[in-house]
Design a protein around this ligand. Sequence first.
Ligand SMILES: Cc1cc2nc3c(=O)[nH]c(=O)nc-3n(C[C@H](O)[C@H](O)[C@H](O)COP(=O)(O)OP(=O)(O)OC[C@H]3O[C@@H](n4cnc5c(N)ncnc54)[C@H](O)[C@@H]3O)c2cc1C
Length: 776
Amino acid sequence: MQSSEQPVLRDLVLVGGGHSHVGVLRMFAMKPEPGLRITVICTDTDTPYSGMLPGYVAGHYSFDDVHIDLGRLAAATGARLYRDEVIGIDRQNQQVICRHRPPVAYDLLSINIGSTPQVQQIEGAQALAVPVKPIAQFNQRWLQLLVKVREWRGRMTVAVVGGGAGGVELLLAMQYRLRHELKALGRNPEDLNFVLLTASDTLLPTHNSGVRARFVRVLRERNVEVHTGAEVVQVSPGCLHTKNGRTFDADETMWVTQAGGPAWLQSTGLALDAHGFIQVNSQLQTLPDPKIFAAGDIACFSERPLEKAGVFAVRMAKPLASNLRRSLRGQALQPYTPQRRWLALISTGNRYAVASRGPLGFAGGWVWRWKDSIDRQFMRRFNEYAPMAQPRTASLWALLTQAFSAWRAPASGRQGMQLSSEESFQALSAIAMRCGGCGAKVGANILSRALGSLQPVARPDVLIGLHEPDDAAVVKVPAGKAVVQTVDFFRAFIDDPYLFGKVAANHALGDIFAMGGEPQTATAVCTVPPGLEAKVEDLLLQMMGGAVEVLNAAGCSLVGGHTGEGRELALGFAINGLIDEKMAQVMRKGGMQAGDLLVLTKPIGTGTLFAAHARGAARGRWIDGAMQSMLMSNQVGAQILSAYGATACTDLTGFGLLGHLVEMTRPSGVDAELQLSALPLMDGAVECVKAGIVSSLQPANVRLRRALRNAEEFVQDARYPLLFDPQTAGGLLASVPAEQADACVAALQAAGYAHTAIIGRVMAAGQAIEPVVLKT
Ligand SMILES: Cc1cc2nc3c(=O)[nH]c(=O)nc-3n(C[C@H](O)[C@H](O)[C@H](O)COP(=O)(O)OP(=O)(O)OC[C@H]3O[C@@H](n4cnc5c(N)ncnc54)[C@H](O)[C@@H]3O)c2cc1C
């Protein structure tokens, strides 16, 4: 979609990765809009497909069978995925407000965040009941319930509140699964009692009488207690209280009732209905704001209220994508006419399903198989694809034509999101620069606006810094201190400038921490691709904002830098640190002692994982895990290692584990033994190297295999290539006296370095030239 060769002209932001937005992503990937960048902001990387959720609960499907991997989908379609929770919209400044990152600017916005059962109005429900949405949280609680049931002794009552299709289907699926669990453990499945409570007078009120009768029969046959007209008004431990004064036992309560929109929508000024859903017109546009669209459960279709069903969310994808595109092009929007009748296939837990459409209804094992094949086919569209890249020349040409015609058009003739003449001029210049591949300095106005809002930590030893910008910074070296200096620079490996800024700063600080130094100041150097001024400014702000957060947390003041235009986004830092001039606390690479144990504080695998990510071949949750690790500072880790008497230390970066280990053994005059099975590995790293995907730096690192004494015994081992995997913001590798090692590892783990492990030992130098011996 948005190739790095193209300047970004417009930002489409998709809030929520629901059923409509996954369809929109696919449609824009198949037919990209030149100059358009798409950003998805979603709380979850794995977005559930509701139609298969009961089958997952019943045990017929795995987690991956029923989830769309938004990370992979976004990577393959060229969109950016920001994993965050949206908590507001600043419509005046066209920004989406997120919980954990700076605001995200949009030109066009679409909301597809589903609905949430309204538990907060029911006393005790928030603390004691499990709402089925958001589904990621439900899944956690469901897995906990599985464990609880396995360990429970005696009778247990599971209650479901809500008698719509969702509630009935979920209850039958849970009952099927939990009874099988008990049977498998040799226990009596009848120990589990199921109760269904619904405020309405009938089950499945939106379905025909035949379908309702079938479910009444199924529930009776399965010994489920059904209570209609039972509106639950209070939940207390082990008990549900209804409006008509009855109480029901409930050791576990699932909440599947009428839902509403989240509270944060109230402050957006968008028109909402009584339940807090966003009112949209027939073109799926929010009523007061034509730049914001909404679809799926969260949208309240003002023409005719629709049932909150995934089937509508899925169907809305096409008209939504089409109207978003039309809006970007300044074309007239088209109305969406929802179907009056739709087919619902409702399962009964035991690979049996009931079909319901208007007055029709039929059931059978074959209906379940039919549903299963429809659902799997739907999922294949999102989980099995080749990366969808756009042909560069064609899209650049389209972009050029678009910018040129916008530049020539009279202001009165422009519609929708079309470029202004000033923007067209900026776009044409950016395209010309890209084609010529020349560099330039970023405009002073952009720089001063973007950098002016940064607030680097103030330090008394910074005499002239960004607070009083000059030709260069002036920094005092306190008495008794010496300066530790380091520099790092690399290209963006993720399409998220804020997180990239954080990782780049963390990576650069790693060298200072590994030496046992205290970071003092940083100067930045970065290149940004040319583009519309507003986009370049936002990019710089996001990237430097992330970096400054990390530098500030380390007490390191950003005192200056240089920004240039380049083909790719890249960022680096020269960092100055302070250390005792007598070098008492310096941790060098060359201090290893025979008998020490090797401690590694973070798992390895970033090289292969991000190579796979670039090809759309890494699971989104693997990338989430790797990002978490890269964002973790080595500051506290270094302090702990120093306190436990580490004799040598380094941070793992581009040369990979083996390269950095050899950098330690050689100056120390020792050999080392590495235990392959003890290496902490990032989730997905082995899968990626097994698939033959390695970083472009790997071949250079592999040359160092001559440092291994017995490589030939291990080359077939799936973990072997990871010895050479280059790391970004990797962990600390240290040699620690053997008698301190266990306590040191425990202290590191307690400090949050959960994957810290002893991965080998240091040995007296042998006669061999190869200093490292591998062990299983
Ligand atoms: C047990 C059960 C079974 C069901 N079975 C069916 C069925 O068989 N067929 C059917 O048609 N319907 C079914 N439904 C209804 C169906 O689940 C919903 O109608 C459907 O999920 C709505 O889709 P959506 O795209 O609007 O939102 P969702 O599928 O809920 O997706 C919303 C997405 O937005 C994200 N999100 C939410 N808030 C934020 C935020 N603030 N910031 C960022 N991201 C956010 C969420 O993480 C999620 O990824 C079932 C419901 C239940 C409870």
